[in-house]
Design a protein around this ligand. Structure first.
Ligand SMILES: [Zn+2]
Length: 103
């Protein structure tokens, strides 16, 4: 298994990231029959070059997303399932105490 890769949408040729880009996705290694390997994030976000927006790849997965981005919840959940960590994460969520969060 190769190291997982994250990506987000950027502008063409390495330009500044668009302000509306907020999610760091995880690249699906197998793709789909129509896109081939690595064409999509686990959530379905396109990882190919679009008009005025190139994907920016981050490999290996960073411990934290780059400034201004947050993990895509769908990608993290589906990736966790694919590597056998979903049960552990679910147990942490179930044990989480909302009373610990300060208002
Ligand atoms: Zn995603």
């Amino acid at each position: 298994m190769t190291a997982p890769t994250a990506f987000y949408r950027g502008y063409v040729t390495g330009g500044k990231r668009a302000g509306q880009v907020r999610r760091l996705h995880i690249l699906r290694p197998t793709g789909t029959p129509s896109t081939g390997p690595g064409g999509l994030g686990y959530c379905g976000t396109a990882a190919w070059k679009c008009q005025h927006s190139d994907p920016v790849f981050v490999s290996p997965l960073p411990a934290r997303p780059p400034d201004g981005l947050q993990w895509c919840p769908a990608c993290v959940g589906r990736y966790a399932e694919s590597v056998g960590l979903l049960g552990e994460i679910a147990a942490e969520v179930a044990a989480w105490d909302p009373g610990l969060v300060s208002a």
